[in-house]
Design a protein around this ligand. Structure first.
Ligand code: KIV
Length: 259
């Protein structure tokens, strides 16, 4: 199986499309790694998928570090990326660098962060110069959900689309090695993918990006109400509920454990 690193991800642009996924624990990360998933993102989507919150915002740095450790211990070939949670890179550049270093020490090969203000671009540049590869994130950035008033598609007018194109060019210039395009029209994602030298990784951004994300719980059908753009490659919720139910039933009936 191919061993993925930042250089290999960059070199894949225009050659191989990459199906990337989130992972939050060792058991699932091992299976995804064995299946050849190029990038495993320890996403702050864990707030919803694993921790039962309504948004990504309550996720703490300690929770991210614990999950990054588990995922990276189980991954041999996938590139493990730590999604810096809300609050871990907004309280000053030194604090942000400290948290990014902690993510790499926990086992990540790179960090992901959202947004594109001048302060964020300066941070991307500093991290990249310090040997911490950065995967940027533009378009719909879930940590700003309160500003959007919900998880809403961005870039629908030409003016908004031009802003997102400019954002993507800015994070590339700052030194990001890849950029997430979330919930934007697919023709805009195609325009950005053509304009950038670095690869784009889309989620709800159509088929033309260099790579795709799927949140593991949507991909595996653990989440039974996935977003409309997601595809379920399995229906594990049904399987898992059925297994628990058969187990409870067999214990009640004295079938398990056998005499
Ligand atoms: O946390 C997450 O799952 C993400 C997606 C873009 C993959 O950031």
């Amino acid at each position: 199986m191919k061993k993925w690193n930042v250089a290999a991800i960059k070199a894949a642009k225009g050659k191989t499309k990459l199906g990337c996924a989130t992972a939050y624990d060792a058991a699932f990360a091992r299976l995804a790694d064995e299946a050849g998933v190029p990038i495993l993102l320890v996403g702050d989507s864990m707030g919803m998928t694993m921790l039962g919150y309504q948004t990504t915002r309550p996720v703490k740095m300690e929770e991210t570090l614990s999950a990054v450790g588990a995922v990276s211990r189980a991954s041999k070939d996938s590139l493990v990326v730590a999604d810096l949670p809300f609050g871990s890179y907004q309280c000053g550049e030194d604090e942000a660098v400290k948290n990014a270093v902690a993510a790499l020490k926990a086992g990540a090969a790179a960090v992901k962060l959202e947004g594109v203000t001048p302060r964020i671009c300066a941070l991307i540049a500093r991290l990249a110069e310090s040997g911490i590869p950065v995967l940027a994130h533009v378009g719909m950035t879930p940590q700003s959900v309160n500003e959007y008033g919900g998880f809403k598609r961005q870039g629908k007018t030409r003016k908004a689309a031009d802003r997102i194109l400019a954002d993507a060019l800015a994070v590339e210039k700052a030194g990001a090695f890849m950029v997430t395009l979330e919930c934007i029209p697919s023709d805009l994602a195609a325009e950005i993918t053509a304009a950038l030298k670095i690869p784009t990784v889309g989620i709800g951004a159509g088929p033309v990006c260099d790579a795709q994300w799927l949140v593991m719980h949507d991909l595996l059908g653990i989440n039974e109400k996935p977003p409309s753009f997601a595809k379920q490659y399995a229906h594990l919720a049904e399987e898992i509920r059925g297994a628990f139910s058969r187990y409870v039933d067999e214990v009640e009936k004295g079938v398990f454990p056998p005499a």
